[in-house]
Design a protein around this ligand. Structure first.
Ligand code: HEC
Length: 153
């Protein structure tokens, strides 16, 4: 009985690998001149923190891990990246019609999410310990965001 069940499980795993998950795992092209770093000019420390903790889901520079190729986990990963990019995309910081950044409340949320610990997502951090943010990392991000928010708009 146990053996039959595990054969069925293996067969099912094999079959679901062929279920197409939308959107496809891909990194759309982008123009660095319109990306977060060039537009907002964060200190290099802050840029590095965001890159290691956020860019996999909030940019077009996703490093797709091996497990993201295996269904059903791949479906979940793709959804997180698609939703993450839709909410905030560091690679497309200026929208096509924009020449100047204007979504300051969206920008401020970077700090809100980091301070509350909502982001980076919990499950992701478990699999990517490099994304763990120390108190010092959080202060670096929020200190810079606060200074930007206080400056000219
Ligand atoms: C594993 C993928 C993943 C990582 C890593 C990640 N996010 Fe997100 N993020 C999401 C998803 C999915 C959403 C949309 C759903 C939600 O709000 O939970 C989101 C939403 C957001 C939002 C919008 C919140 C709102 O309610 O408007 C902000 C801001 C944000 N993330 C910032 C960050 C920052 C900053 C980091 C890095 C410190 C980060 N995220 C890391 C997946 C991720």
């Amino acid at each position: 009985m146990k053996k039959k069940l595990s054969i069925a499980a293996v067969a099912l795993m094999a079959v679901i690998q062929f279920v197409p998950a939308a959107p496809q795992k891909s990194n759309p092209p982008f123009d660095a001149a319109r990306g977060f770093e060039q537009v907002m000019m964060p200190p290099s420390e802050v840029a590095a923190i965001l890159k290691r903790a956020c860019y996999d889901c909030h940019s077009n520079e996703t490093v797709w891990p091996a497990y993201s190729y295996v269904a059903p986990v791949s479906w979940l990963v793709q959804k997180h990246v698609a939703d993450g990019r839709r909410m905030m995309n560091f690679s497309e910081w200026l929208l096509p019609a924009e020449n100047e950044f204007s979504d300051w409340s969206g920008f401020e949320k970077i700090c809100t999410e980091v301070r509350t610990g909502n982001m980076p997502m919990e499950g992701y951090v478990k699999l990517h310990p490099a994304a763990i943010l120390t108190e010092q990392d959080k202060q670096a991000v929020c200190g810079w965001v606060d200074r930007k928010m206080a400056g000219p708009k």
